[in-house]
Structures are given as structure tokens and as C-alpha cells.
Design a protein around this ligand. Structure first.
Ligand SMILES: *[C@@H]1O[C@H](CO)[C@@H](O)[C@H](O)[C@H]1NC(C)=O
Ligand SMILES: *[C@@H]1O[C@H](CO)[C@@H](O)[C@H](O)[C@H]1NC(C)=O
Ligand SMILES: *[C@@H]1O[C@H](CO)[C@@H](O)[C@H](O)[C@H]1NC(C)=O
Length: 240
């Protein structure tokens, strides 16, 4: 009788949590192009019409960029001016993920490495490897979405940006696993360095819309994998 009730209860809990995305944690991670922009607001709004409307955006920051949206979940791990190489060397992501563990992470990084300090592509990629290692140490099942980064409208950095973007594909393939997949999304192609930026570096409304639209199918795909895994874990826990 007891086990029968337990089974019933567990099935109910599994069914309820499978339908509830509140316990899926999503960290938008990056530099100012993740912090002082409005693609996060647009992405959140796009999710409101879906079963993913209650996915929890997480991170230590809440910066708002006058997106004229009072409702969206502002939590994010965007750090203006930060280099991927510095974040990796200083092990900053380790602490950020300790405070805010995540199931799904989007990463848009490398712009400051290139623009501020002319870092070599290989060194940026090495930092990316460290960051992915940190994500997987924190949560071995992290679903990772890495951007080929947007072009910029100042200086002549886009050749180096394209070099980095090219290198991201084989790098991601090499680190890809079933448990913790890495998907690469192309934020460069179709993004105009003249009409999609407000200041030569950060997206304006049109750029934010483009970025949100590129992230959207990738995060939705990642959320559904996480949902399936969380539901399966609860059922397995009962059987065991
Ligand atoms: C989803 O889960 C959260 C936290 O457990 C709970 O507060 C919320 O009411 C649930 N929502 C639905 C629609 O079940
Ligand atoms: C990584 O593997 C997933 C399948 O698990 C696949 O969808 C994705 O495209 C792969 N990533 C890369 C960069 O090839
Ligand atoms: C975006 O900014 C560019 C350059 O400032 C401008 O030409 C364009 O009209 C802006 N577009 C939108 C939708 O804000």
C-alpha cells in the first residue's frame, strides 16, 4: 500500500515538474554585449508565449539598459569590459556558477580580448576551453551555446573577429559531448556593423532583435533536453 501511494505521488511530482520550467536555470554569460543590451529582454518576451516562460534567468547582475520592459527576468552574468582570457585566468566563472548554478549557458565573449588587447585567437580559444571546463565542473550536464560573435563598427577588428568565429567551430566540435553538448550559433552573419549597432559595439533595437532571434531556437532546444533529463532523473530516483 505504502509503495503504491509513493508511486502515485512520485508520478504526480514527476508529471508536475516535467510541465514546469521554473526549475530550469539559464545563465546569459558574457561581456557588455550580454550586460548592457536588450536582447535578453527580447528573448524573455519571446519565451513568454511558450512552455519556457518560467525558465529562471540566473546570474549576479541585473543591469537594465532602458529596454522599456519592466517584466523580464534581468538576472545575467554579463560583465562589461571583461576579456574571456581574464575571466578564465582569474577563475571568476567558478565563483559565479557556485552562486548561481546553471543548466543552460549562452556565451558571447572575445570582443574585448580582440579590441582592447589584440589577443591571439589561439589564446582566446584556450580561455574558452577553461570556461567550458568550469561549466562542466559546476554541472556535468551543462548545455552550452557559444556565439560566433557579432561584428563591430569601429576600427578594423572584424577580420580578427572572423578568425575567432572560424576557430570556434572545430574547437566546439572537439569538446562536444552527449552529456554536455556545445552548440555554436552564428551571431555574425546577417548582423550589420553599420545599422545594427548603436555605438559601433553594442546592438541597437534592430541588432537586439536579431540576436534574440538567433539565440531563441538554440535555448529552446537546450531547455527541452534539460526538461527531459530532469523528468527522467526523478523517475530513476524512484525506481532506485
Ligand atoms: C512551478 O514550480 C514552482 C517552484 O516549484 C512553483 O512555485 C510554481 O507554482 C509551479 N508552476 C506551475 C504552473 O506548476
Ligand atoms: C554537438 O553535438 C550535438 C548533439 O549532441 C549537435 O547537435 C551539435 O551540433 C554538436 N556541436 C557541434 C559544434 O558540432
Ligand atoms: C540602429 O542604429 C543604426 C546606426 O545608429 C541606425 O542607422 C538604425 O536606424 C538603427 N536601427 C534601429 C532599428 O534602431
Amino acid at each position: 500500500m505504502v509503495s503504491c501511494k509513493l508511486l502515485f505521488l512520485t508520478t504526480l511530482i514527476a508529471a508536475a515538474s516535467a510541465q514546469n520550467a521554473t526549475n530550469i536555470r539559464f545563465m546569459p554569460f558574457g561581456d557588455s554585449i550580454t550586460e548592457i543590451i536588450c536582447w535578453r529582454a527580447k528573448l524573455w518576451e519571446k519565451l513568454q508565449a511558450t512552455e519556457w516562460k518560467s525558465v529562471d534567468f540566473v546570474g549576479s547582475g541585473k543591469t537594465e539598459n532602458n529596454c522599456k520592459d519592466t517584466k523580464y527576468d534581468r538576472d545575467n552574468e554579463g560583465h562589461s569590459g571583461f576579456l574571456a582570457i581574464d575571466i578564465a585566468n582569474k577563475k571568476q566563472l567558478d565563483g559565479w556558477l557556485k552562486t548561481n548554478p546553471a543548466d543552460v549557458i549562452t556565451m558571447h565573449l572575445g570582443t574585448n580580448d580582440i579590441v582592447q588587447q589584440s589577443k591571439a585567437t589561439a589564446d582566446i580559444i584556450k580561455a574558452f576551453t577553461t570556461l567550458v571546463g568550469t561549466m562542466r565542473t559546476s554541472n556535468p550536464k551543462t548545455k552550452i551555446i557559444v556565439a560566433q560573435i557579432i561584428p563591430i563598427g569601429i576600427g578594423s577588428y572584424n577580420t580578427k573577429i572572423q578568425d575567432l568565429n572560424k576557430a570556434i567551430i572545430p574547437w566546439a566540435q572537439g569538446l562536444n559531448t552527449t552529456e554536455s553538448p556545445i552548440w555554436v550559433v552564428d551571431q555574425y552573419t546577417g548582423f550589420s556593423s553599420s545599422s545594427d549597432l548603436r555605438d559601433g559595439v553594442h546592438p541597437n533595437d534592430s541588432g537586439d532583435t536579431k540576436m534574440a532571434n538567433i539565440w531563441y531556437p538554440a535555448v529552446v532546444n537546450a531547455f527541452s533536453l534539460v526538461k527531459t533529463e530532469k523528468a527522467a532523473k526523478r523517475e530513476t530516483a524512484f525506481v532506485a
